[in-house]
Design a protein around this ligand. Structure first.
Ligand code: AMP
Length: 543
C-alpha cells in the first residue's frame, strides 16, 4: 500500500521561489571583474535569474541542452545556476585552469551550445575558438561599458542579454530526475569524465548539507565560498545557502589572495568559509605576517585534500576557528563525510581532539560507506584495516556522461569505487590514506603518503610537502619526501627526517628528502602526484 503524501518533484526552481519569498532581502556581496564590491539581494538575483530564463527561451534551446560557464564566484554566476537549471537546461561549469586540450575536449564532449564567460577569460576562449565549432555563441558576464574587444563570433553582453526581459517567469514542472548540471573531473589520467547531476540529487544533497553536524547552515550565517562554482557546484553552496537564507560573500577572482579574503571576512562578518587547504594556507600566511586575527569567523569547512594538523591547530589556537574537515568527490555532489565531534568525545585532551580533526570525517546520512579488500570482501571498521573505499547513495553518480557502462567505476552490486584507500575507526571516523594509484608499497606493506605529508607539514619550515614512492631494489618502493620550504625558513635533510621520529613507525620514515621551489598542481589545486612521479622517475635513493 502506498502512503498518501504528495509527490511534489524536488526541483532547483523551488529553492529559488522559497529563497525569494522568505529571504529575498538577504544580501549577496561579490567581487567581480567590473566592480570590486557589488551588492544585491537574493530577491534581486532570483528576479534576474528569471530575466535570464526568459532570454534563454529565445535562443531555440531544447530541454537537456548544455550551456557552459567559465566564470568566477559571483552573483551573475549564481543567476546562471538558477536561470539555466531551473529552465530545464544543463549548467555545465568549466574550470578555467584546465589545459587548452582539456578545455577543448570538455566543451566538445558536452556539446555546449552557448558559453557564459567572464571578461577576463575571453582571451582563453579566443585561443580555442576554431577547435570548438559547435558553440553557437558567447555571453560575456559584464555590462556594455566593460565589454572587451574580441575576435569571438556571436558575442553578447550579459547585462544587455537579460536587461530588456521580464522578471516574471513560470518555471517548468520538470521531472525531478531531469539533468541539472554537469561537471567534469579534473582527471589526472585519461580524458576528463563528466558527472551529470539532477534536480533530485542536488536538492537531497543540499538538504543534507544543512544539518548541524554537516555544514550547520542557518539564516544567521554569512558564507564565503572560496571553493569555486566551477568545481562540484561549490560543494552545493548555491543551493544550501539559498535554502537556509544565509548572506553570501563571493570573492570573484580574489580566491587565492590571502589579504583580499581576510578583508572580505572582516568587513562582511563572515561566519563560515569553505575551501581547499591551499587557499587557507595563503590566508593563514597573510594573517601571520600582518598580525591579524579572524575574529568573526566561526568555522571553516576544509576539504578536497587532506587537511594538515598544523593548519587545524593554527585555526583553532590562533583564531578560535573550528575546522571541519570534509571528504567527497565530484562524483558525489560532493559531500560524503564531515568531521565534527561526536557526543562523548568532547572531553578528549586538546591534543587528542587535534588528532581526531585530522581524520576525513564520519559518513553523513544519505551516503553509505564501506571499505573492501582486493577480493571485494568488506573490512572491519577497527581503525587498522586499509581498504578500497566504496560509496552508495542518492547524490552519488550512477555512471559518467556518455560513458554509460564502460567506465568500470561501479561494482556489480551497485557501489561506486572512489579510488581512495581508507581506514575507518570503530566510532565511524574515516581516514583517507591514499588514492589507490598513489599508494606506496614497501616490502609488501602499505605506507600512507597522506600521513607522512601531514606530519611534514607540521614542521614550521615546510610550506608544502608531498610524498611519492620511488623504486628501491630491496623494498620495491620507498617514500621520498618532496618539500617546498616556507619563505625565509631553512631546514636540512637530516633535521627534516629527524622530525618524523616518534610520530610515525620507523619504517615509514621517508628514505630521502628533495627540496624544490614548487610542486606541480592540478587545476583544482591538488598536488599532481603523477607529474611528481615523472619528475623523480630516475631518482636514486641513498644506500
Ligand atoms: P575531486 O573530485 O576533484 O573533488 O577530488 C576528489 C578526491 O579528493 C577524493 O577522491 C580524495 O582523493 C581527495 N580528497 C577529498 N577530500 C579529502 C580529504 N578530506 N582527505 C583526503 N583526500 C581528500
Amino acid at each position: 500500500m502506498n502512503g498518501l503524501m504528495m509527490n511534489t518533484p524536488l526541483l532547483i526552481s523551488s529553492i529559488a521561489e522559497h529563497a525569494a519569498k522568505f529571504h529575498g532581502d538577504r544580501e549577496i556581496v561579490s567581487v567581480t571583474g567590473d566592480n570590486p564590491c557589488h551588492r544585491c539581494t537574493i530577491g534581486e538575483a532570483i528576479s534576474r535569474a528569471k530575466q535570464l530564463a526568459n532570454a534563454l527561451g529565445k535562443l531555440g534551446l531544447k530541454q537537456g541542452d548544455r550551456i557552459a560557464t567559465i566564470a568566477w564566484n559571483d552573483y551573475r554566476h549564481l543567476e546562471i545556476y538558477y536561470g539555466v537549471s531551473g529552465s530545464g537546461y544543463v549548467c555545465h561549469t568549466i574550470n578555467p585552469r584546465l589545459f587548452a586540450e582539456q578545455l577543448i575536449f570538455i566543451i566538445n564532449h558536452a556539446e555546449d551550445r552557448f558559453i557564459f564567460v567572464d571578461a577576463m577569460f575571453v582571451p582563453l576562449l579566443e585561443a580555442l575558438a576554431d577547435k570548438i565549432p559547435n558553440v553557437e555563441g558567447f555571453i560575456v558576464l559584464t555590462d556594455e561599458a566593460h565589454m572587451p574587444e574580441t575576435s569571438l563570433r556571436n558575442v553578447l553582453c550579459y547585462e544587455t542579454f537579460i536587461g530588456a526581459e521580464s522578471s516574471h517567469f513560470d518555471w517548468p514542472e520538470l521531472d525531478e530526475r531531469t539533468a541539472s548540471a554537469l561537471c567534469y573531473t579534473s582527471g589526472t589520467t585519461g580524458d576528463p569524465k563528466g558527472v551529470l547531476y539532477d534536480h533530485r540529487s542536488t536538492i537531497l544533497h543540499a538538504y543534507a548539507s544543512l544539518a548541524p553536524d554537516v555544514m550547520g547552515l542557518s539564516s544567521r550565517d554569512v558564507v564565503l565560498p572560496v571553493v569555486p562554482l566551477f568545481h562540484v557546484n561549490a560543494w552545493g553552496i548555491p543551493y544550501s545557502v539559498l535554502m537556509a537564507g544565509a548572506k553570501l560573500v563571493f570573492p570573484g577572482p580574489k580566491m587565492g589572495d590571502g589579504e583580499a579574503l581576510y578583508g572580505l571576512m572582516d568587513s562582511e562578518n563572515v561566519t563560515l568559509a569553505l575551501g581547499v587547504p591551499t587557499v587557507w594556507l595563503a590566508l593563514l600566511q597573510y594573517t601571520e605576517k600582518a598580525g591579524k586575527r579572524l575574529d568573526k569567523l566561526d568555522r571553516s569547512i576544509v576539504g578536497g585534500a587532506a587537511v594538515p594538523r598544523a593548519m587545524i591547530e593554527a585555526f583553532r589556537d590562533k583564531h578560535d576557528v573550528e575546522v571541519r574537515q570534509g571528504w567527497g568527490m565530484t562524483e558525489m555532489s560532493p559531500v560524503g563525510a564531515v568531521n565534527t565531534i561526536k557526543a562523548g568525545l568532547e572531553k578528549l585532551s586538546p591534543d587528542d581532539l587535534l588528532d581526531l580533526a585530522t581524520k576525513a570525517g564520519r559518513g553523513l546520512y544519505g551516503c553509505e560507506l564501506r571499505i573492501v579488500d582486493d577480493g571485494g570482501n568488506e573490512l572491519e571498521w577497527d581503525g587498522q584495516a586499509y581498504g578500497a573505499l566504496q560509496v552508495r547513495g542518492p547524490w552519488i553518480c550512477s555512471d559518467y556522461f556518455k560513458l554509460e557502462g564502460s567506465a568500470g567505476s561501479h561494482t556489480d552490486d551497485g557501489w561506486f569505487d572512489t579510488g581512495d584507500v581508507a581506514i575507518i575507526d570503530p566510532q565511524g571516523y574515516m581516514t583517507i590514506t591514499d588514492r589507490t594509484k598513489d599508494v606506496i608499497k614497501s616490502g609488501g606493506e602499505w605506507i600512507s603518503s597522506i600521513e607522512l605529508e601531514n606530519t611534514a607539514m607540521g614542521h614550521p619550515a615546510v610550506a608544502e610537502a608531498a610524498v611519492i614512492g620511488v623504486a628501491h631494489p630491496k623494498w620495491t618502493e620507498r617514500p621520498l619526501l618532496v618539500v617546498v620550504k616556507a619563505e625565509d625558513q631553512d631546514v636540512s635533510k637530516e633535521e627534516m627526517l629527524a622530525f618524523f621520529e616518534g610520530k610515525v613507525a620507523t619504517w615509514w620514515v621517508p628514505s630521502d628528502v628533495a627540496f624544490v621551489d614548487e610542486l606541480p598542481h592540478t587545476a583544482t589545486g591538488k598536488v599532481k602526484k603523477i607529474e611528481l612521479r615523472r619528475q623523480f622517475a630516475d631518482y636514486q635513493l641513498p644506500d
